[in-house]
Design a protein around this ligand. Structure first.
Ligand SMILES: Cc1cc2nc3c(=O)[nH]c(=O)nc-3n(C[C@H](O)[C@H](O)[C@H](O)COP(=O)(O)OP(=O)(O)OC[C@H]3O[C@@H](n4cnc5c(N)ncnc54)[C@H](O)[C@@H]3O)c2cc1C
Length: 385
């Protein structure tokens, strides 16, 4: 008679379902051995695109291949089953995730790391071509499209919406792309803020404003893009308050929206508590406020006690806490709290080999800042290749 340890391995009956191959789930997969006896499955619609390198790709300095990794390969390497699919809904009572193609996947523990999306006002036909900056492959498509236009000798008028880090980076890298191809284009950045990078030290904003001016990038402040129309972007100025006088059109062939990120729409359909416009409500343990066996991290999660900027770096810092708490929940042990760092280092890729590093009230612009960024970004990607 065979001993118990001679019998064929019985597959674990409990299921951990990871939905979305965001930063935190890359870490969880790479440390899967710490989760013990549970079947782990990843569901994601495609590749992981690293946003930190996305503007390097847009500007033509990096190739799309450098910016992408295959989460299914990482999953397989660590004994995680990988499925291509997109979460559409949850059957909370039945403990099943429902995918867009109708498949259902059972779970005992569920973790969401779905990222964010760019909100875009309705597109008009005829009208300018309209682009969002997320998902990242949109920026790859924009680069290809503009490269073809530069080769044809077109002189496209580009409007970038947003004066935060993404908008500034996108405007600068569109300029870099045009230079790389010897192409011509006009670039206008429209921001509702009073200045570029309103959260950054004033000195950094002034330095940036001078850089953009020296590159011929026009900046329109205190103005909102409200929609699209034949010939360009519809804008409303905050400075001219007299009815129709405050409305205008900025001529454009392409409008690129980089004015902020919001949680994916599916988050609102899951039957779990959300914080309006911010994402799935989670406690300090990263557990949903409505269900202790459902966790969320990164941009799709809205911490009840903190308002975090949508930056990949927070998902990276949440990852070890998420991993530890999934393991603790499985083992019936107490969970730990994630405490966000008060300040995060941000380094902007300004094209042309220049970067701008900002941490709190300290900032530093120049070539070394970009070298530093590339080193950090490549180190991150190498960890999961
Ligand atoms: C152009 C640009 C530059 C940026 N630069 C920086 C930077 O330098 N530093 C920084 O810290 N932040 C940067 N950000 C912000 C950063 O992109 C986000 O904060 C970060 O990507 C969020 O990471 P995440 O782990 O939450 O999700 P993501 O890394 O976005 O991953 C989410 C994953 O979920 C998948 N997914 C989405 N919907 C579903 C679904 N329904 N079912 C299954 N899977 C789904 C997606 O396909 C994706 O694989 C930048 C953003 C942009 C747009």
């Amino acid at each position: 008679m065979p001993h118990a340890h001679d019998s064929p391995a019985v597959p674990p009956s409990r299921q951990l379902l990871l939905v979305g191959a965001g930063h935190a789930h890359l870490h969880v997969m790479s440390q899967r051995h710490r989760l013990g006896d549970i079947a782990v499955t990843l569901v994601d619609p495609g590749g992981f695109w690293y946003s930190g390198m996305a503007n390097g790709v847009l500007g033509g300095r990096l190739s799309p291949v450098e910016d992408r990794l295959d989460p299914a390969r990482l999953a397989r390497r660590h004994g995680v089953r990988a499925l291509r699919g997109r979460l559409a809904d949850l059957d909370l009572a039945g403990r099943r995730a429902i995918l867009a193609d109708g498949r259902t996947l059972p779970f005992d523990l569920l973790s969401l790391n779905l990222g964010s999306r760019t909100p875009i006002p309705p597109v008009r036909h005829p009208g300018p071509r309209v682009w969002g900056i997320k998902p990242i492959p949109c920026l790859v498509a924009l680069r290809r499209h503009l490269e073809a236009e530069f080769q044809r000798g077109a002189d496209p008028r580009l409007v970038v919406v947003g004066g935060g880090a993404s908008g500034v980076e996108v405007a600068c890298n569109l300029h870099a792309l045009a230079r790389r191809h010897g192409g011509r284009c006009s670039i206008t950045l429209v921001t509702r803020g009073e200045r570029l990078l309103e959260d950054a030290p004033r000195g950094a904003s002034r330095w940036l404003a001078r850089l953009l001016a020296s590159r011929g990038i026009r900046v329109i402040t205190a103005t909102r893009v409200t929609g699209h129309a034949t010939g360009g972007a519809l804008v409303r100025s905050d400075e001219t308050l007299f009815g129709e006088d405050s409305l205008g059109l900025v001529e454009a062939d392409h409008v690129i929206h980089a004015g902020g990120l919001v949680a994916p729409e599916v988050i609102e359909r899951l039957g779990l508590p959300t914080l309006p416009g911010r994402g799935l409500a989670v406690e300090a343990t990263l557990q949903s406020s409505g269900d202790r066996d459902i966790f969320a991290a990164g941009d799709c999660a809205a911490m009840v006690d903190h308002r975090l900027p949508r930056l990949g770096v927070y998902g990276v810092r949440q990852a070890p806490v998420l991993l530890g708490n999934l393991a603790a929940r499985l083992a019936g042990q107490p969970l730990a709290a994630y405490e966000p760092q008060p300040r995060a280092l941000a380094i902007l890729d300004l094209g042309g080999g220049l970067g701008l590093a900002i941490r709190g009230q300290h900032w530093w612009g120049g070539r070394l800042a970009l070298h530093w960024k590339r080193w950090l970004d490549r180190r991150f990607m190498a960890g999961y290749r």
